[in-house]
Design a protein around this ligand. Structure first.
Ligand SMILES: [Zn+2]
Length: 114
């Protein structure tokens, strides 16, 4: 079984029902709620609580911490399941939105894969 990558949501996502399709929810205090089982066999769904459709510079400290927490989860899961941490996909045009700072989420593998 292999995953194709990660789908990023924010909690103002229009999708309903919401929580049932997310594997990881990163709360505003950066605590993480992890689903006991991954629900999608191809993609891992990560949701950031709040509205993340804005420039990184316009985000508050809590949101920046949430993004940092997400980047750690992504790098750990990508190692665990051998997924490229660069395979990040938006859920839709508005989730997490055109202004979402994708570059902040990516921790480039320092040593590469060898
Ligand atoms: Zn969504």
């Amino acid at each position: 079984m292999g995953f194709d990558g990660f789908v990023i949501h924010h909690s103002v996502c229009e999708q309903k029902p919401k929580t049932e399709s997310w594997d990881f929810i990163i709360k505003q205090d950066s605590s993480v709620i992890a689903s006991p089982v991954l629900k999608d066999s191809e993609l891992i769904h990560i949701c950031l609580e709040g509205d993340f459709n804005k420039d990184y510079d316009a985000m508050n400290l809590e949101q920046k911490m949430q993004l940092f927490t997400a980047s750690k989860i992504i790098s750990e899961l990508s190692r665990l399941y051998s997924i490229s941490p660069l395979f990040l996909f938006p859920h839709s045009e508005t989730c997490p939105g055109a202004y979402f700072p994708w570059n902040v989420l990516v921790i480039y593998p320092v040593d590469g894969y060898h």
